[in-house]
Design a protein around this ligand. Structure first.
Ligand code: ATP
Ligand code: MG
Length: 258
């Protein structure tokens, strides 16, 4: 069965792409056939997976525009990470798609494009843009679970409620399979009373059991892996601390979403 997850937060730079790529790296190491859907016009996941978004590939924007069952199937390319990790690149004008509010049934378009396609994969990871706009709604409508990435800071917590509201909205209007799988904490300092207080506060907003452990610390190897456009798991002992964390998070994800 395919585990299909949208990784999101309205707030920028919190680690959505880092979590998407970290989970993809854990899947790479476990030999799980994985599809990453890049729905952010910044195309960071596309680039880090070794695909140049400026090449004239078709991609997520084209799939949304086409609005036909299974049309994304022919747009998926093999990533630079090898034969298990595949990519629907952030090509096609995603900025224009974001503004497409006049089109009928806009929110179901990505789900339609992926119909009959996602079943070929063990895991589908949808990397959303820092927005709660149409493209993110499309990502949520195409997923069976949402993963929220949060930094345990005052500003980080302020953005949580609107994301929960959007998940609720997509659930009631477009996708009854959708569920908040959990919240992944990123950039958590080892010792910080403030961060621990924010984590406790977050537990009250989403329920303590929805806040997943382990949390992800800030580590330079994350940037190195992005720069090298390689999976974290390819760095051996240099990345062991983080790969063990992402392995645990992937296990948790597969257990909770099925
Ligand atoms: N745990 C971490 N340790 C070190 N660097 C990190 C960590 N998490 C994220 N970063 C760095 O912070 C920056 C933002 O991370 P990332 O791109 O994953 O966030 P994002 O939420 O996807 O951003 P956007 O909203 O722009 O899509 C990147 O340079 C990334 O390498
Ligand atoms: Mg990103």
């Amino acid at each position: 069965m395919t585990t299909s997850v949208a990784v999101l937060n309205q707030k920028g730079g919190v680690g959505k792409t880092t979590v998407t790529l970290g989970l993809a790296s854990a899947a790479w190491a476990a030999g799980l056939k994985t599809l990453v859907v890049d729905i952010d016009a910044q195309a960071n996941a596309t680039w880090a997976l070794g695909v140049d978004p400026s090449l004239s590939n078709l991609g997520t924007g084209d799939a949304i525009k086409a609005n036909r069952d299974g049309v994304a199937g022919s747009m998926i390319v093999r990533s630079g990470w090898g034969e298990d990790i595949w990519l629907l690149p952030a090509c096609g004008d995603l900025t224009e798609r974001e503004a497409d509010t006049r089109r009928e049934n806009s929110v179901g378009r990505l789900a339609r494009a992926l119909k009959g396609v996602t079943g070929d994969y063990d895991l589908v990871l949808i990397d959303c843009a820092p927005s709660l706009g149409l493209n993110t709604s499309n990502g949520l409508a195409a997923a069976s679970a949402a993963l929220l990435v949060v930094e345990p800071t005052a500003f980080g917590l302020r953005g949580v409620e609107p994301v929960l509201d959007l998940i609720e909205d997509v659930w009631s209007n477009h996708n009854r399979d959708l569920d908040l799988a959990g919240v992944i904490l990123n950039r958590v300092p080892a010792v910080s009373a403030d961060a621990q207080d924010r984590i406790a506060e977050l537990g009250k907003i989403v329920s303590t059991k929805s806040v997943w452990k382990p949390a992800i610390p800030q580590r330079v190897i994350v940037n190195t892996a992005h720069h090298e456009r390689a999976p974290l798991h390819a760095f051996g002992s240099q990345s062991r601390e983080l790969t063990e964390i992402f392995d645990a998070l992937l296990r948790r994800l597969r257990r909770s979403v099925g």
